[in-house]
Design a protein around this ligand. Structure first.
Ligand code: MLT
Length: 320
């Protein structure tokens, strides 16, 4: 009996290392890289008989798309977050969804710390000021991180990686995660706190490390900001939408929040919103996972996983 062969569609470019792995597979007849398609145009392309679709966060894999792509067996998310994929629709259609959840852990943790230093010492603002020809030493009075308390909302892989680094800076690390036991949180390097309210009241720096789900959307909203320790720093490198941006802006304006470091936004790109342009906010364009090392690992991991799914082999990171 002839062995099946596979056609793979890459909708959002991945590192060449992953593409090479797919192209080298004897049972893959086509790897098509065609970025920029969405909605009906993407559906029409996939309906041409592609078996696998690889996306990052840009492409939305909707129920309509999955309905049109009748030959699709697997969707590979080259990254961690799967909030751009309709998981229920995939489940109903028997389409496997896999991701690459471990590849970017260190990169995202490092970027979280980079934003924290940038906010604590006004690095971006001081850089812009000096480049504009000014010498404003008094304006840029910072704060030290040693001796302060970091509150992690979510102590998964990335939260734990941030905890390890923060401990090295001499920070006390608290962790709130309703999906983990107190012992598991402790094993990941944080002191467990039973409620979000307690974490908000104690932390000098609050860093969010949870996926965007119906339960976490708006988790840091107006009530949460009222409970926040005055003068706290807020960091968002997980997913836009977990931090309510209007509530954060109000808290910055009232002085409750000292500063914020944001890599993710409810809408991306966010445009020059009052939050993005706020003088005490440091922003980056969703680049926390964007390192050479992480993107190589992400691409290799997702290529390997997609091939395994097509071949019916055991999967490491099956989401659906
Ligand atoms: C992820 O979920 O892996 C990161 O946010 C980066 C990305 O969206 O690709």
């Amino acid at each position: 009996m002839p062995q099946p062969t596979w056609r793979i569609f890459i909708a959002d470019p991945i590192h060449a290392a992953g593409e090479a792995l797919l192209r080298a597979a004897a049972d893959v007849t086509e790897v098509r890289v065609e970025p920029g398609l969405a909605g009906d145009a993407l559906a029409a392309r996939l309906a041409q008989g592609f078996h696998a679709l690889i996306v990052r966060s840009r492409t939305r894999v909707t129920a309509d798309l999955l309905a049109a792509a009748t030959g699709l067996r697997v969707v590979g998310r080259a990254g961690v977050g799967v909030d751009n994929i309709d998981l229920d629709a995939a489940r109903q259609r028997g389409v496997v969804v896999v991701n690459a959840p471990t590849a970017s852990t260190e990169a995202v943790a490092e970027h979280t710390l980079a934003l924290l230093f940038a906010v604590a010492r006004s690095i971006a603002q001081a850089d812009a000021s000096l480049k504009a020809g000014r010498w404003e030493k008094k304006r840029f009075m910072g704060i030290e991180l040693a001796g302060r308390t970091l509150g992690l909302i979510g102590v998964g892989r990335i939260g734990a990686a941030v905890a390890r680094r923060a401990a090295g800076l001499g920070m006390t690390v608290l962790g709130y995660d309703p999906y983990l036991t107190a012992e598991e949180i402790r094993d990941r390097g944080a002191r467990p706190v039973p409620t979000l309210e307690e974490l908000l009241a104690q932390a000098d720096v609050v860093s969010v490390h949870v996926p965007l789900t119906p339960q976490t959307r708006g988790l840091l909203g107006p009530t949460a900001f009222e409970r926040l320790k005055p003068g706290a720093i807020v960091l968002g490198t997980a997913r836009g939408g977990v931090i309510d941006e209007d509530a954060l802006l109000a808290a910055l304006e009232s002085g409750r929040v000292r500063g914020a470091g944001l890599d993710v936004f409810a809408q991306e790109p966010p445009g020059p919103s009052p939050l993005v342009t706020h003088p005490r906010v440091v922003v980056t364009p969703h680049i926390a996972a964007q390192t050479e090392e992480a993107q190589q690992r992400v691409a290799r991991d997702i290529a390997t996983e997609v091939l395994a799914a097509l071949r019916g082999e055991p999967l490491r990171w099956r989401v659906v």
